[in-house]
Design a protein. Structure first.
Length: 269
């Protein structure tokens, strides 16, 4: 009986263990591009071009985002999330060194996480002087009307409260990289509620179609054109046409003014 067990075990080991030999080469249509993350954990997804016959197309380099936050845990978690959205992310604990990083590696967006109003003002002042050409998104605990006005005066292109989720952050990043600006809808609502002296604007009836009203609502939520098109079952080019028409009717110049004007006129939901 013991001998029988020994023979069966030996047979299983012989089947499971392959014969020694040289390592197998990858087929010619398989190209190893290495791990998805680069050195130091701060490199975005790697891109490459496969050889003939692979069917793999050239991919554009990922957009470069600099994330500034003095808390290592929050900074690393947020950076990891943005890398999963195919952004190349560099992190810094403070604004010091940001100008050198931007000048050497380039930058498409700076995200500044501020813990207090005074810190945000000081940091934005530094960034506005040293990195004027790079748009800035501010993330802070309180994103009321006063804070929004202040950060925009200091050159920021958007402000986002920490109560937002990652899906909204992704949409706001896409919006700013597309040339837009973002103000949280709650900022305008809060300003209206906290100042009873402000008159309540009348509801104005403008000739907007149901689709255009839905687009206005989506813009107020910070959704980029591609998300609006997906949610409404439209082509992105059609969404752009509607937005131009809406801006013309409201006599506004950009998406931020569109969102604010729609609040004032009680357009959308």
């Amino acid at each position: 009986m013991c001998a029988g067990i020994f023979l069966e075990t030996s047979a299983v080991e012989a089947i499971a263990k392959p014969e020694a030999g040289p390592p197998r080469a990858l087929p010619p249509d398989k190209v190893d591009l290495g791990p998805s993350m680069g050195h130091g954990g701060n490199q975005g997804p790697r891109t490459g071009t496969a050889g003939p016959g692979s069917g793999m197309m050239d991919r554009p380099d990922p957009r470069m985002v600099v994330l500034i936050d003095n808390r290592a845990f929050i900074r690393d978690c947020l950076a990891q999330a943005m890398r999963s959205w195919a952004y190349d992310v560099e992190t810094l604990p403070s604004v010091e060194g940001c100008a050198d990083l931007v000048s050497t590696r380039g930058c498409d967006l700076i995200i500044l996480w501020g813990s207090s109003h005074l810190d945000i003002v000081a940091d934005l002042t530094v960034l506005h002087g040293a990195c004027r050409s790079c748009p800035v998104l501010v993330i802070c605990d309180t994103a009321g009307a006063d804070a929004a006005i202040k950060v925009f005066e200091l050159g920021a292109r958007g402000i986002l409260p920490t109560s937002s989720n990652l899906r909204i952050l992704n949409g706001v990043i896409s919006l700013i990289l597309s040339g837009g600006s973002y103000v949280p809808p709650d900022s305008v609502i809060t300003a209206q509620k906290t100042d009873p002296s402000l008159p309540t604007p009348p509801v104005v009836s403008l000739p907007f179609t149901p689709r255009q009203a839905a687009i206005i609502t989506a813009i107020r939520k910070g959704s980029p054109n591609k998300i609006i098109a997906y949610d409404l079952g439209m082509c992105e080019s059609t969404v752009k046409v509607h937005i131009r028409s809406i801006m013309k009717k409201l006599k506004v110049r950009n998406r931020t003014e569109l969102a604010l004007k729609s609040f004032e006129l009680h357009i959308g939901s």
